[in-house]
Design a protein around this ligand. Structure first.
Ligand SMILES: [Zn+2]
Length: 477
């Protein structure tokens, strides 16, 4: 633990993040600049996230399908704002099988265009609507500055694409999925998030309106953790998604799209981690508890391992790992699993065997404060309760941190000061000039106009003109 010691978060937050992602074996750098390899421990975390989301998608009536990786270049050009927004980030294939292609193919940066094209074939009548499809996959955006999980050339995500007969239905869908993301973030990832609407400047290329959930990281920067877009008829007009309505009149469909990606793995690392490493929320942790056997000689070992096996059986409803390595000490194992963020450690030694007990150590409460003893009888119920407590305390802690670092500055000078150390929750008139001034002078952007608003109007923190809504200004990942 000497030369490869993690920097503390206050010493170098960015380096702490990079090192913890590598050391905990969540991901590694790929041979292609900006690409990442998600290692088994990181992928197991992502799989648990996928399951939590997929269950919610299906509960709200969605089905999964798979669309191609390649999109004809001409498709991208059909929606003007869409192509302008994505053009600088496109990876384009011009040769296939040794032959120059007649039409270049784009490696999908997102799939509105190709899915819109397919919907135009499938949707003919109001009876074909709504279409509620999601796909799990990866997309490619040629980013210049990359960080593992936070911004990589290729990343994993899901993208939902829906088509509806009315604008109202599509708007309801946009909000429904934003709420699904917020529910997952809060309940499963223990991330307090603020759902809100993106400014025109920050919205998705081709959307009428974008909504987002924003989370505060451990260095107080914001991270956009899921977005849901009302696309109006922009893509249905570009791709001719038309249907005969109840009056037998031809109408354009109203569409939405919504996405949630492996960026949120980065959010979990940054929102919950401490100077010892990761702290994973029990609902998503690849291992909810690790059992560490403690013994000094062969005789103790056989007794302890017998109890460990019994406990493991008792706890088979949980994701449990038994660390039976004999080449490293229990102390080494404690540090190792602390670094890797396992929510609960269960120690079993000769004394525990005698007393028919185990020792619990909570990852979210280092040292003596987080240690308790529990009888082996009825252990599953006790582990379940303990994991619930840890889950709840991670959420409460992240919420308290956000509240402590969110300010209501009285004027522009104070705004410029507070966004260097946290979030500003301020009135904004809605004008792009005011937003641009803040960005240029402070590097903070508008993160979202929260859905929850105060009852009274105020004055814009930048220009002093009347303002109806409050916005979050923050520096962001
Ligand atoms: Zn203003």
């Amino acid at each position: 633990m000497s030369e490869d010691k993690l920097p503390t978060r206050s010493e170098n937050y960015s380096e702490w993040y990079n090192q913890i992602v590598l050391k905990a074996e969540l991901a590694d750098y790929a041979p292609v600049r900006g690409c990442m390899v998600v290692r088994p421990y990181g992928w197991a975390l992502w799989e648990n996230m996928q399951q939590g989301l997929d269950r919610r998608f299906k509960e709200t009536g969605h089905v999964n399908a798979a669309f191609p990786l390649f999109i004809p270049m001409s498709f991208m050009e059909k929606e003007k704002e869409h192509v302008e927004g994505f053009a600088p980030e496109l990876a384009i294939v011009t040769i296939g099988g040794g032959q120059k292609l007649e039409e270049p193919l784009v490696v999908r940066p997102t799939s509105e265009t190709i899915i819109g094209y397919m919907y135009s074939k499938w949707v003919k009548s109001y009876r074909d609507l709504p279409v509620l499809i999601n796909q799990w996959g990866s997309v490619v955006r040629w980013e210049l500055r990359t960080r593992l999980f936070l911004r990589t050339l290729e990343f994993y995500w899901q993208e939902g694409h829906t088509a509806h007969a009315t604008a109202q239905e599509a708007e309801e869908e946009t909000l429904r999925m934003l709420n699904v993301y917020a529910d997952f973030a809060i309940q499963d990832a223990a991330l307090p998030v603020i759902p809100g609407i993106k400014s025109d400047k920050e919205k998705f290329a081709g959307a009428v309106r974008s909504t987002t959930i924003e989370a505060m990281m451990g260095d107080t920067r914001a991270l956009q953790s899921g977005t849901s877009h009302f696309l109006g008829q922009n893509f249905s007009k570009a791709f001719n998604i038309q249907f005969l309505d109840w009056n037998n009149e031809l109408q354009y469909a109203w569409t939405t799209s919504w996405g949630f990606s492996t960026r949120v793995v980065g959010a979990i690392v940054m929102a919950h981690g401490d100077d010892q490493g990761l702290i994973l929320p029990p609902k998503l942790a690849p291992f909810q508890a690790v059992i560490v056997p403690i013994y000094k000689n062969d005789e103790e070992q056989s007794k302890v391992m017998e109890a460990v096996e019994r406990v493991r059986q008792e706890l088979k409803g949980f994701r449990i790992h038994v660390d039976a390595r004999s080449e490293v000490t229990p102390g080494f194992k404690f540090n190792d699993w602390e670094m890797r963020g396992v929510p609960l450690r269960i120690e079993i030694g000769p004394k525990d065997v005698e007393k028919s007990s185990v020792a619990f150590a909570r990852r979210d409460m280092p040292g003596k404060a987080g240690k308790t003893f529990a009888p082996q009888a009825n252990l599953a119920a006790q582990v379940g309760e303990m994991l619930d407590k840890i889950q709840a305390s991670l959420y409460q802690r992240a919420l308290a941190f956000r509240q402590a670092n969110t300010y209501d500055p009285k004027d522009y000078a104070e705004l410029a000061e507070v966004v260097q150390k946290g979030w500003a929750h301020s009135y904004w008139c809605g004008k792009a000039e005011c937003e641009a001034k803040v960005k240029e002078e402070t590097k903070a952007t508008t993160r979202c106009i929260p859905l929850e608003q105060p009852n009274e109007a105020g004055i814009c923190i930048v220009c002093g003109e009347p303002a109806e809504k409050k916005v979050i200004f923050a520096r962001a990942y």
